[in-house]
Design a protein around this ligand. Structure first.
Ligand SMILES: [Zn+2]
Length: 481
């Protein structure tokens, strides 16, 4: 009997053992191939464009659509263009100001349209940037306001563009930051709250949480109507866009993050947090929230602790809302050395961030050893976007902390940030990863790709479905290889 059981057990184990071996052999073969083409970008592109890439988790909707799509709208609707600044206007320009402005049709008649088109693409993206006229980060962050008119008018086209590009790159899921509305109405007590919050921040007074509870009551109870209508307006828009454009199908899934900006006064920021958290808590499609805008801005720096305390407060009110945070998108020279020591720390230890965006200043953070161990143990992933870090911060190659994160076992995901403004795609981010970091193996890359589904803010059942789908895609990819 004992022998019979052993034999049955052997037969059960045998097929698994055999099926794992070819897998390992394939992995080794792919690894050797990758090693042989690390410096050959054309072959890397060829290999990587077919590789399944899982999810793009750090993705700004408006910066991911390419400028050409926005320009098509400008052209089709014959909008006004300022010939000097390349600003766009969808309103009739007063007669007195028309020496500087022209409609697209007039520019075409006069033969200037092709030239101006090129210049507009340049001012809306990094293409043709001369690296002289202004700092890179300033150019990058200034693009978003410039295309805001076509951006809000082309959500349908933009979402389709992003979806189709994802499918052609073998990307199965995107979590994009898309916000349509702020909560910028001025209320009677805003100024009083601003002063009170700034005072509490000065001494880092923990009673700030009690103050937040008072603000929360004021904005939700006394201004309930406006607050609710803003949330409904935004959630309905996301729902409509998502359903009407048939975004989800068997090949692709998309979810959304609300975001608020870190460069506004404290009361306005608090109201934006409130709208964003409440909206995410009442929508199946909006899976999380994020905080954006330059981290080295004067207000971002002054109010950093305050914003992290706001995260803490709203997470206690809306425990089901997931949080990813841009933190540590800084480097030496951009701010004072002392200001590089606390952003990721506070995002992790005060705000309880579930994912960190960029995290470039990690080696400068106070007790970075303890912080990295904490991130690894608590599985707080780092979202890495090479093209973005390179253009905005000038951080690339061995100045980038990716290998430091990896050595501590912090989960890594690779993402695009703003592929349209940065004129890149997700494939290129993996290309940079393999080209610039010879110690990264094919197995490491696969781990990062599976991480992108595991650490997404999707529901458990959706994650399981996408993980299975990803496994299938890899089998097909490796089979073909
Ligand atoms: Zn970002």
């Amino acid at each position: 009997m004992k022998y019979l059981l052993t034999a049955i057990l052997f037969l059960i184990i045998l097929p698994t053992t055999f099926s794992q071996n070819p897998d390992k052999a394939t992995t080794n073969r792919i690894n050797s191939y990758l090693d042989s083409i690390r410096k050959d970008e054309a072959r890397l592109r060829q290999f990587l464009s077919k590789m399944p890439k899982g999810a793009d988790l750090h993705h700004h909707y408006s910066g991911s659509v390419y400028a050409e799509t926005y320009l098509e709208y400008v052209e089709k609707n014959n909008l006004w263009i300022n010939k000097n600044s390349f600003a766009i206007s969808d309103k009739q320009v007063p007669r007195g100001e028309r020496s500087e402005w022209s409609r697209v049709s007039s520019l075409k008649t006069d033969g200037y349209w092709s030239d101006i088109k090129v210049k507009i693409i340049g001012s809306w993206s990094k293409l043709y940037f001369d690296y002289v006229s202004c700092p890179n980060d300033e150019h990058f962050f200034s693009t978003f306001d410039k295309f805001s008119i076509p951006e809000t008018a082309t959500f349908n086209e933009g979402l389709q563009e992003i979806k189709q590009r994802a499918i052609s790159e073998n990307v199965s899921y995107i979590e994009t930051m898309l916000t349509s509305t702020g909560f910028f109405e001025a209320f009677q007590k805003d100024e009083i709250f601003n002063n009170q919050l700034l005072k509490l921040q000065e001494t880092k007074d923990k009673s700030i949480q009690t103050k937040f509870a008072e603000l929360y009551k004021y904005y939700t109870k006394e201004n309930n109507g406006i607050f609710k209508s803003k949330v409904e307006e935004h959630n309905n828009l996301i729902q409509r866009l998502h359903i009407n454009n048939k975004i989800d199908d068997e090949n692709f899934t998309m979810r959304y993050q609300n975001y608020f900006i870190r460069v506004l006064d404290p009361a306005t920021t608090f109201k934006s947090f409130l709208i964003s958290f409440h909206s995410a808590s009442t929508s199946d499609l909006i899976v999380g929230v994020n905080i954006v805008a330059p981290e080295n801005n004067t207000i971002s720096m002054r109010d950093y602790w305050l914003h992290m305390q706001m995260f803490r407060f709203f997470k206690s009110v809306y425990p089901n809302v997931r949080t990813a945070m841009h933190a540590g998108e800084l480097t030496l020279g951009l701010v004072k050395p002392e200001d590089l020591t606390f952003h990721i720390n506070e995002a992790v230890f005060i705000a309880d961030a579930e994912r960190i965006g960029h995290g470039v200043d990690i080696a400068y953070e106070k007790d970075s050893d303890k912080l990295l161990k904490h991130m690894a143990e608590n599985k707080i992933p780092i979202e890495i976007s090479f093209s973005s870090n390179d253009f905005i911060l000038g951080i690339r190659g061995n100045r980038h902390p990716i290998l430091l994160y990896k050595s501590y076992g912090v989960p890594i995901v690779i993402s695009t940030d703003d592929a349209g403004v940065l004129r890149t795609d997700l494939t290129e981010q993996f290309l940079i990863l393999i080209r610039d970091y010879p110690s990264i193996s094919y197995q490491d890359i696969k781990t990062m790709i599976f991480n992108s589904i595991e650490y997404s803010f999707l529901e458990k059942s959706e994650k399981e479905k996408l993980t299975k789908d990803l496994e299938k895609r890899f089998l097909e990819f490796e089979d073909e290889f």
